[in-house]
Design a binder for this molecule. Structure first.
Ligand SMILES: NC(=O)c1ccc[n+]([C@@H]2O[C@H](COP(=O)([O-])OP(=O)(O)OC[C@H]3O[C@@H](n4cnc5c(N)ncnc54)[C@H](OP(=O)(O)O)[C@@H]3O)[C@@H](O)[C@H]2O)c1
Length: 261
C-alpha cells in the first residue's frame, strides 16, 4: 500500500511519530510536507532532510482549519496521502476538578477528534477529484480499544477516531481513496512527557509500570505493516491485539450491515 504514497502531508511532524515517519518516508525517496505549530522544529528538520517541504499549521484552530488545508492543497497539488498525526494527551481525574479545566478538555477534543474530522471534510473531495490512488490516514491508539482511565478524554477521542475511520472507509469503498487507521501502542515520545512521572506512580512505580516501545522499533514494525496492511488498521503490539479483537467481535455485524468497514 505505501508504494502508492508518493507525496505525503504529515500533519504533526515536529516530533515523535510524525517526525519519525517523515524521516522514514523521506529516506524512501518520497516527497514529504511536514506541518506543526513549532516552526523552528520544522525548519531544523528541513535543514536535515533535503527537499522536505514545511508549513506552519495549528490544527486545533478549527475555524481556520479549512483555509489552512485549502492553502496546503493549493501549494502542493500532488499530495496523494494525508496523515492526521497531531495529537495531545491529558492525565487527570474527575475526582479532582482542579486536575483539568473546561479549556483543556475542549483543546484535547478539538486537537484529537474535531480536527481530523474537519481535515477529512476538506481533503476527501480533493482526493476524489484525482485520477490516482490516494490515502487518508487517521491516528488512533491501542487505547481506542481498551481505555487507560487516567486519560479519560484522550481514550474517548481515540475510540471515536476508530469509529470515524471505519465509517469513512465504508463510505469511500470502491473509490480511489483508501482509509488507513494507524493504531500505535505505547511508544516512547514526547506525548506523555508532562505526566510520565505521575503515570508511573499511578501504576505502582517503575518496576510495575508498562514500558513504552522504542520509537525506532515501532517505526520498523509500522513501516512494514504500511506496505501490506492486514486490515484497515495499521496496528502494532497491544494496539494490534485490540484492533484484532474488535474485528473478530464486530466484523460479522459489520458484514450483516453490508460493509467490512
Ligand atoms: N506515543 C504514543 O504512545 C502514542 C500511542 C498511540 C497513539 N499516539 C498518537 O500519535 C500521534 C503523535 O503523537 P506522538 O507520540 O508522536 O507525540 P508527540 O511527540 O508529542 O508529537 C505530537 C505532534 O502533534 C503535533 N501537534 C499537537 N497539537 C497540535 C496542533 N494543535 N496543531 C498542529 N500540530 C499539533 C505536535 O506538533 P507541535 O507541538 O509543534 O504543534 C507534534 O508534532 C498522536 O495523535 C498520538 O495520540 C501516540
Amino acid at each position: 500500500m505505501s508504494a502508492n504514497f508518493s507525496t505525503i502531508a504529515i500533519l504533526g511532524a515536529t516530533s515523535g511519530l510524525g517526525e519519525g515517519f517523515a524521516r522514514r518516508f523521506h529516506a524512501e525517496g518520497k516527497t514529504i510536507i511536514a506541518t506543526g505549530r513549532r516552526l523552528f522544529r520544522l525548519q531544523s528538520l528541513q535543514r536535515e532532510l533535503p527537499g522536505l517541504q514545511i508549513q506552519e499549521m495549528d490544527t486545533s484552530s478549527i475555524t481556520t482549519l479549512p483555509t489552512q488545508i485549502s492553502q496546503l492543497l493549493t501549494t502542493y497539488p500532488d499530495i496523494d496521502t494525508v496523515i492526521t498525526m497531531a495529537g495531545i494527551q491529558k492525565f487527570f481525574t474527575y475526582k479532582d476538578p482542579t486536575s483539568t479545566s473546561m479549556a483543556e478538555i475542549q483543546l484535547e477534543i478539538s486537537t484529537n477528534l474535531t480536527a481530523p474530522a474537519v481535515i477529512a471534510h476538506a481533503v476527501i473531495p480533493f482526493f476524489l477529484a484525482q485520477n490516482r490512488p490516494t490515502t487518508f490516514v487517521t491516528v488512533s491508539s491501542g487505547l481506542a480499544f481498551v481505555p487507560a482511565p487516567v486519560f479519560p478524554v484522550y481514550c474517548a477521542t481515540k475510540a471515536a477516531i476508530h469509529m470515524l475511520s471505519v465509517s469513512l472507509r465504508a463510505q469511500l469503498h470502491g473509490t480511489n481513496v483508501s482509509v488507513l487507521e494507524l493504531a500505535p501502542p505505547y511508544v516512547d515520545t514526547a506525548l506523555d512527557m508532562e505526566h510520565r512521572e505521575d503515570l508511573v506512580k499511578s501504576q505502582g512505580g517503575e518496576e510495575k509500570a508498562v514500558k513504552p516501545m522504542g520509537l525506532e522499533q515501532y517505526l520498523d514494525a509500522a513501516m512494514e505493516r504500511f506496505e501490506a496492511p492486514r486490515s484497515g488498521e495499521v496496528a502494532v503490539g497491544f494496539a494490534e491485539m485490540g484492533a484484532g479483537k474488535w474485528r473478530e467481535a464486530f466484523g460479522p455485524i459489520l458484514g450483516m450491515m453490508g460493509t467490512k468497514g
